[in-house]
Structure formats: C-alpha cells, structure tokens
Design a binder for this molecule. Structure first.
Ligand code: MN
Length: 381
C-alpha cells in the first residue's frame, strides 16, 4: 500500500483546522528509559504509558499508539475510537505473539479526538484526561487501578491514593486480554476550555490543585506543558511524564452554532430597525400629507387667472402636494399691483375658506370695483 493512500492520517490532516495544542513527554529523574508514547495528530491525541520494563513497556506503548493511529475513525466518534483502542489492544497481543517486546507487556491508553466543539474519549488504565473549564479542573476519565477502585468505593481519599504503595497497580491495560473493556464517551467543549491528557508520571507527583494552578497561569499551551513537566520533576520525577494540552479557542461546533444564532439574531434586529424606520418615515409622510390637505394657497397663471389650491405649493420628494385646484372668477386686472405681486409668491392659508376670504378682501379693495375710493396705482413696470 502506498504511504500516501487516501486514508493516510497526513491526508486527513490537510483539510482540518486543529485546536492549538502542545504535546510533551519526559523521562523524569529516576527512570533510565521513557516507556510512555504520545500521539498528537489532530483531531486525534493520545497518551500511552507502557508497562513491563525495558524492551517491553516502550514497545507496548509505541505499538499501541501506531495501531490507534491506523484504526482511528476519520471524525470524532466515541464508538469508533473505542474500537480503535481495541485494535491497538490486539496489536499489542499480536506483537507479543510475533516475539516483539516481551510477554506480559502492556500499556495504558487515554485517547481523545477533539474537533468542532466535540471531544470523544476512550480510556484504559490510569493515564488521565482532565477538563479545565471556568477555572475548574475536573478529571473526566476514570482510573482503572486498584487505588482508583478504592477511591470510588470510599475506602481511601484521592490524596491517599496519590501516595498509596499500590498506586501503580492497574486493573485494566492493553495487551492482557483480547476482550478488553474500553471506556468511551463524548463531551461538548466550549471556547476557553482546556483539555489535559497525561500519564501518571504527572499526577503521582503533582496534585490536581497544583496542576490547575499551572494550567491557569500559563496561557500558552507549550509553556503550560513545560511547566507541568517541570513541576513533576521538581517533585521528584519518579516516573516518565507525558502531557498533552489542547486549547478550545476557535469558534467551532457548538460555539459556531451559538455564534450563528447570535448572527441570525443580529439580522433580525437589523430587519426590525429597518421596518421601524420605514414605518416612522411613512408616518411622517402621512402626517405631512394630512397637514398639506388642509392647507390652501392662491396661484395666478400666466393668463392672469387666479386659482384657490388645496394643499401647499411646490413639491416634496418630487411629489406635488396640491390636492385640488379651484378656478375663480377673479383675474389679475381686478387686483392691486401689490396684491398681485404677493399672489405671484403663492401665499398660503390654513384652509380653503381662509384663502377664499383673503382673495375676497383683495377684490374688495380692487381699483376696478372701488374707483371712487381708491387712487389707481401706477402700473408695475
Ligand atoms: Mn507511568
């Protein structure tokens, strides 16, 4: 099979945006060899802590990680990931059968696929996954260990378990049973969440409160991973230490849906505002028309005919606001030149009656009707 077959993990990586992460493994200060293996191939991440000593533990964890990578589903899927861990279990058993490594070798496996607001996890052994959310650190996997069972049954405390002499005795591991039970589950992740996968080389040396402190104090995932390893080594570094820190930063998945929801709401608000603005404009327009309908003005045309118009002179927004034009029997010659000049300016009145009254007054002082009382005016040049 070609190394770049369509199903190769590298190809799977190409179209995806991964959450920022850091993955580090360290031999510690006591062991000669690092038997942990880690995988960081977004969206797939895993920590495997090999058991069985030299030429066993490191092989078991490496074989399991390789098989997991090959068998992992394309997209986060709890059942698919659990099946991949089972495939990794068979790979470890097969390796022993083929004389690779040693009889009795085994490994833990904490695997996580995280993408678009979803994280699926598969768990065997005592490596752990933690979720840091709202500054609270929560272990989300269960330890398959003797002390883990004792803690769950209430016989010892978490603190007692951490220093218990049988703390490293695990009750489930890859490489021991072909019918391996794998814990698997899915959680939703939110922007700002931080996931930590780690081997017991961290958790046996550093308590949860201190782990939380370090994760909170170091925003950069690489720095956080380094500080966690430093803390385990400062506390003695009795075992190999592996940490993977994944930050949920992008607006993916649930967050993206939430974001879209907000964006839809914004459109709704914008639409409501536009409708409101249209209604206000329409209201103003109706108000203007109602007002104009009651108004009146006088107009004289080029032939000297005089009209009473209902409305207001001129145009508003390209629309005339004259609703009615009433021709009168009054003509320009019947009026004084002063009144005629005023008339040419289209004087406005509060009603048609007012306009008619004003015109009657002009006629009443007309030189044509009142020759005896009024001095004829000079013609306008
Ligand atoms: Mn270990």
């Amino acid at each position: 099979m070609s190394p770049m077959s369509p199903m190769s993990p590298r190809r799977r990586l190409m179209h995806r945006r991964a959450y920022p992460f850091a993955a580090q493994t360290n031999v510690g200060r006591v062991r000669a060899l690092n038997e942990d293996s880690i995988l960081a191939l977004p969206p797939l991440h895993a920590v495997a802590d090999g058991l069985g000593g030299h030429q066993a533990g490191e092989i078991a964890s490496a074989v399991a990680i390789d098989a997991l990578r090959e068998a992992a589903p394309r997209d986060p899927d709890a059942t698919g990931l659990a099946q991949a861990v089972q495939a990794a279990n068979r790979a470890v058993l097969d390796a022993v059968a083929q004389g690779i490594g040693r009889e009795g070798m085994g490994t833990t496996m904490t695997a996580c696929m995280i993408e678009q607001g979803r994280a699926v996890l598969a768990q065997v052994g005592d490596s752990r996954a933690y979720l840091l959310r709202n500054r609270q650190l929560t272990q989300i996997t269960e330890d398959h260990s003797v002390v883990g069972a004792l803690v769950r049954s209430g016989h010892i405390t978490v603190e007692e378990a951490r220093v218990h002499e049988r703390r490293s005795v695990i009750t489930r591991a890859l490489g021991t049973d072909p019918e391996l039970a794998v814990d698997s589950f899915e959680i939703s992740v939110l922007r700002g969440d931080r996931l930590l996968l780690c081997s017991d080389g961290l958790t046996a040396m550093v308590d949860d409160a201190h782990i939380a402190e370090i994760l909170l104090a170091n925003v950069d995932p690489t720095r956080a991973a380094e500080r966690l390893i430093d803390a385990a080594n400062t506390a003695g570094g009795a075992d190999n230490i592996s940490v993977i820190v994944i930050d949920v930063t992008e607006e993916q998945g649930a967050q993206a849906r939430l974001h879209n929801h907000h964006r839809n709401r914004l459109w709704l608000y914008a639409a409501l505002w536009i409708v409101a603005a249209i209604l206000v404009c329409a209201g103003i327009w109706v108000g203007v028309q109602r007002y104009a309908e009651r108004q009146a003005y006088l107009r004289v045309d080029s032939a000297g005919h005089i009209y009473i118009c209902r409305g207001v002179p001129g145009k508003v927004l390209g629309k005339t606001l004259t609703f009615e034009t009433i021709e009168t029997s009054v003509t320009a010659e019947m009026l004084t030149s002063t009144d005629l000049t005023n008339l040419r300016l289209s004087p406005t009145y509060d009603s048609v009656d007012d306009a008619r009254g004003a015109l009657d007054e002009m006629v009443a002082v007309s030189p044509m009707l009142n020759n005896n009382e009024t001095v004829p005016e000079q013609p306008v040049p």
